[in-house]
Each structure stands twice: as structure tokens, then as C-alpha cells.
Design a protein around this ligand. Structure first.
Ligand code: MCA
Ligand code: AMP
Length: 506
């Protein structure tokens, strides 16, 4: 029987020479393909030894490290479900994810072990391990006692491989369930579409708790048997230093903006580069052009979502058009729908809907929510608004979901407004996204006080910082007397966006 375990496909692409370098880190460590094989086998055996139920979730909030990547691969290998969590999440956020996902195992940094294990124990999860980015922690201590041989578990294509939490327009985060088949199909398509070649070397500079860094980058390199130059965090100068040794780079637009500020970024440093990929947020046309001018390379922009992995891409060989996200990937069907559910012709703007083997299995324990997001004929509503131009290129022109994408991270205004509205003296608030030269877009809060109360914008920001992931904090907070409203009394966020749009003008 064919094994649809994603790890089996990645493992099959390892080069014959298992002693060749697979990962080289920014602190001078080398990992061979054999190290990845043995390390993932030991971690998988540790998971097996815990006698977890089928479909068990392994929740992981740790700093970026090769061992953390191996834990992801080991989870696939053992047939369990990986649940990556942003390192910026604080206790209220973590408590929600752990309560909602009911993981059987929680892995966290040593410095967070106290509070994270407390949350886990309260929720009945007793397998709590630590893992730090210096090859230490109880997870590795325990794995060191396990065999380095492990047979990859048999999986069906529809078996779950990962749950990625993504916030909704209202209410709490939803866990997007991705299967082995979803991710394998996407990895195989991208290998061909982006023409991965023998000898390619990827600079891995993204965090590994979202689709871009965890799936697109890691699967891309591994399924091509390609070496990764592994940066523990994005450092533009270090990327420039490493560019001459690499052929492929992937980043959110903020990474490109920051790289352009490096004088060392030249045609010469990019001489061996083959491909620069951008996505997760809109790439400004100015950045696209400045990059072309400085490096001689045309960034390839693509578009994806946690629920679908990659959906569209500019072509590798054909014209890469700035301001567009290219064409639907092979196997993906994409349409633009009007208000009455009719498919719109080229040039008309509407809701982007998609179908394909990459589209997720639904939201974790939210069948009703899942149903709402699919059309009767099985298309997933992305919540993105766009059009297809006369040449077939897809343009994303906006979002019907109330979402801010800041430096490639999603921020849901409803969540932040909820926190602000609960503060003493606050009558109401609105959080909107405004342009920002570094992060592309950032949140700004506009707040009204209750009669008789006096509020201070800075104090509101300070209070938010105490409870929320740092990237979600609005960069500014204004206290005003009233919010603009339409005749139905609904706050007109478009007017607020307009009013504050020049706040961070470059
Ligand atoms: C950091 N800060 C931010 C952000 N990151 N503010 C707004 N938006 C952000 N993204 C703030 C912190 O709150 C802090 O503020 C200050 O900047 C410094 O924090 P630090 O962590 O040191 O920042 P950094 O290291 O400079 O990080 C910036 C970054 C990072 C490298 C651009 O945000 C990043 O790695 N972004 C990539 C996200 C990503 O991988 N997205 C892919 C999602 P203060 O000092 O006031 O506390 S996958 C996806 O979207 C789909 C599926 C797809 O298509 O790929
Ligand atoms: P996430 O919820 O993190 O999966 O983010 C998915 C969202 O990121 C999509 O629905 C889009 O709104 C946005 N996105 C991803 N890639 C691009 C891109 N190249 N251009 C514009 N928006 C993008």
C-alpha cells in the first residue's frame, strides 16, 4: 500500500550521500542528512513511547532551531498532528489554544516552562517538555534515550498532519486542519513550478510557526534534497553575507524592504541566486522595482493561506508581473465571484474562491464554521477580494475579512477591540490598518471614553502589551469623542483608514 505520509516523500528525496550537509546554521553547526534521519527517528520514537492516542496533537511554542524543525518532521513521521504556535503568544492566547486543541504533548522554551506547563496541566495535558535553541531541554534528553531507527507510520492522504490557528473575523481563532495529502500535493507542485534544481541552496530566514517558513520553505528544500542555510532569526546583514552561497530566498515583503536598506545588497552578492520568492502580504510595486534595479532579479510573488497553503504564483519562466500574484497553481481552480454568486469575467472585482487538493479539511471542531466558508459547489471562500486581468494574472485588491497583515503576521481587529473594550472607562473602540513603510501595514486604535472617564492612548497600549503578542499591539492609540458611523450606526472603518493613512508616511 502506498504510504501518503508527507515525511515519507521528504525522506525519499534525501540525497544518496547521507553524510552531505543538509543544514548549516548561523552559529556554525552542520547537520547532515543522516543527522536529520536519526534525529527525527529518535524524536518519533519518543512520541511513540508516550502511547498517545491516534490523531494526538503536539503543540509546540519554541524558539527557531533545527531541533524544532526535526520535532515537526518527527511528528509527521510518527503520524501525529503538529500544532505550531507563535513565540510571541502570551498566557491568555496559549490558554485558548491548549484548551481548544487539547494537545497530548506540549513543548515550550525552558524560560516559559513554569507558566506553560501550568496551563497544560490545568487542561489535563501532562506530557510537557522543554526545548531551547541551544540543543538543550528535556525533550532532547528523553529522545537521546530512544532508538535512532523508526519506520515511517503509514498514512492516508486525508490524515491530519498539522493544525494552524488562524483568527476569524469575529470570535476566537480557528484551527485550520491540513492533511498529509494537502501539503504533499502543494510541495510537489511548487518543486516543479519554481523549477527547483539539483544543487539549490535555500536561505531559511523566516519563523517556523506559519505556512511560509514551516511548509513552503522547509518542504521546498527537503523535497528537492537541498541544503538550507538556517538563520535563527531574520538579520538583513547576515542574509546579505550568505547570499553568495545561496540560490533561493523566501521572505515576507518586510524582509525585502529591510534588505534593500543594506548597502551590501548588490548584483555581485546575488550572483549565484536563482529565485527570490515573496508572499504572505502584498509586495509594494516600489519594492518590486527597487529590487529589480538593485539586484537584477525579479521577485516572484505568490499567494497563499493557512487554510490552503499556496494558491497562486507568478511564473518561473514567463513574465513576473509586479502587483499581481500570478496564476492559479496547477491543480488549483480559482474564480472571482460577484455578490449574487455569479462568476465574474476578467477585469471585474469580486471575492476569490478556490478549490484543489491543497484546500484544508476544515476548522478543528467547528463544522458549522467550516460549512459557512465553503460554497455549495465546494469552493473555499478566501475572504480576499481580487480580479483576474485580461492576461490571466490574479490581482488581490483588498479583503472582505477585517484583517490587518503586519510584517506578514495577521492581526484581527475584532480581537484587539475586544481587549480594549474590556478596559475600564472605554465605551467603544475601532482598530484599523494603515500603511507603514517597514511592516506594510500596522494597526491603529481609535477609542471613545465612557462619559465621565478620561483615557490615555499610551496607557491603553501599555495595558495591551501586558496581555497580547507584541506584533498585535496597535502602534498608536487615539482617544476621540466619536467614531464615524453609517446610517445603520456601524463604524465606518474605511473613513478611519483614510483619516489616519498618512500617520507613518515614509
Ligand atoms: C515585530 N514587531 C512587529 C512585527 N514584528 N510589529 C508589527 N508587525 C510585525 N510583524 C514589533 C514588535 O512588537 C516589537 O515592538 C518590535 O517590532 C521588535 O520586535 P522583534 O521581534 O525584534 O522584531 P523583528 O525581529 O524585527 O521582526 C520583524 C519581522 C517579523 C522579521 C518582520 O515580524 C517576521 O519574521 N515576520 C514574518 C512573519 C511570517 O513568517 N509570516 C508568514 C505567515 P516593541 O518594541 O514595541 O515591543 S504564513 C502566511 O501568511 C501565508 C499562508 C502565506 O501566504 O505565506
Ligand atoms: P494567513 O491567515 O496567515 O494564512 O494569511 C493568509 C492571507 O494572507 C491571505 O488570505 C491574504 O489576505 C494574505 N496574503 C498571502 N499572500 C499574499 C500576497 N502575495 N499578496 C497579498 N496578500 C497575501
Amino acid at each position: 500500500m502506498k504510504n501518503n505520509n508527507l515525511f515519507a516523500a521528504l525522506r525519499a528525496a534525501f540525497p544518496d550521500d547521507l553524510d552531505a550537509s543538509a543544514v548549516e546554521t548561523d552559529n556554525g553547526l552542520f547537520y547532515s542528512w543522516r543527522d536529520l534521519e536519526r534525529g527525527t527517528a529518535m524524536l518519533a520514537n519518543l512520541l511513540v513511547s508516550l502511547q498517545l492516542p491516534a490523531g494526538a496533537r503536539i503543540a509546540v511554542q519554541v524558539e527557531k532551531s533545527v531541533e524544532a524543525m526535526m520535532l515537526y518532521l518527527a511528528t509527521l513521521r510518527a503520524g501525529y498532528v503538529f500544532l505550531p504556535l507563535n513565540t510571541a503568544y502570551q498566557s491568555a492566547e496559549m490558554a485558548y489554544f491548549i484548551a481548544n486543541a487539547e494537545p497530548s504533548v506540549v513543548v515550550c522554551s525552558r524560560k516559559n516552562f513554569g507558566w506553560v506547563s501550568k496551563i497544560a496541566f490545568q487542561q489535563g495535558t501532562y506530557n510537557v517538555f522543554s526545548l531551547d535553541d541551544n540543543r538543550s531541554g528535556s525533550l532532547l534528553d528523553r529522545a537521546a534515550q530512544c532508538s535512532d531507527r523508526h519506520e515511517v507510520v503509514q498514512c492516508k492522504a486525508e490524515d491530519l498532519a498539522a493544525i494552524l490557528y488562524t483568527s476569524g473575523t469575529t470570535g476566537r481563532s480557528k484551527g485550520a486542519m491540513l492533511s498529509h495529502g494537502n501539503m504533499l500535493s502543494n510541495a510537489q507542485v511548487l518543486k516543479d513550478y519554481w523549477a527547483w534544481k539539483p544543487g539549490d541552496v535555500l536561505i531559511h530566514a523566516l519563523p517556523i510557526f506559519h505556512v511560509h517558513g514551516l511548509f513552503v520553505a522547509i518542504h521546498g528544500a527537503l523535497i528537492n534534497g537541498s541544503k538550507m542555510i538556517w538563520l535563527s532569526k531574520f538579520d538583513p546583514q547576515l542574509v546579505v553575507d550568505k547570499l553568495p552561497e545561496a540560490t533561493v530566498f523566501m521572505g515576507v515583503p518586510t524582509l525585502y524592504v529591510r534588505l534593500l536598506a543594506e548597502l551590501g545588497l548588490t548584483r555581485e552578492t546575488c550572483r549565484n541566486m536563482r529565485l527570490f520568492v515573496a508572499g504572505s502580504a502584498p509586495l509594494l510595486i516600489e519594492t518590486f522595482r527597487a529590487w529589480q534595479e538593485r539586484t537584477g532579479h525579479t521577485i516572484l510573488e505568490r499567494y497563499g493561506m493557512s487554510e490552503t497553503a499556496m494558491l497562486t504564483s507568478n511564473p518561473y519562466d514567463g513574465e513576473r508581473r509586479g502587483g499581481t500574484v500570478g496564476f492559479a497553481l496547477p491543480g488549483v481552480t480559482l474564480r472571482v465571484q460577484g455578490d449574487r454568486g455569479q462568476t465574474l469575467p476578467a477585469g471585474e472585482v469580486g471575492g476569490i474562491e478556490v478549490k484543489g487538493p491543497n484546500v484544508f479539511q476544515g476548522y478543528w471542531r467547528m463544522p458549522e464554521k467550516t460549512k459557512e466558508e465553503f460554497t455549495a459547489d465546494g469552493y473555499f471562500r478566501t475572504g480576499d477580494v481580487g480580479k483576474i486581468d485580461e492576461r490571466g494574472y490574479i490581482h488581490i485588491v483588498g479583503r472582505s475579512k477585517d484583517l490587518i497583515i503586519s510584517g506578514g503576521y495577521n492581526v484581527y481587529p475584532a480581537e484587539i477591540e475586544g481587549y480594549i473594550n474590556d478596559m475600564p472607562g472605554v465605551a467603544e473602540s475601532a482598530v484599523v490598518g494603515v500603511p507603514h513603510p517597514d511592516f506594510g501595514e500596522v494597526g491603529v486604535a481609535i477609542v471613545i471614553a465612557k462619559p465621565g472617564s478620561t483615557l490615555d492612548g499610551d496607557a491603553i497600549i501599555a495595558a495591551l502589551k501586558a496581555g497580547l503578542a507584541n506584533f498585535k499591539i496597535p502602534k498608536r492609540c487615539f482617544v476621540v469623542n466619536e467614531l464615524p458611523r453609517n446610517t445603520m450606526g456601524k463604524v465606518q472603518k474605511n473613513l478611519l483608514r483614510e483619516q489616519y493613512k498618512a500617520l507613518f508616511a515614509a
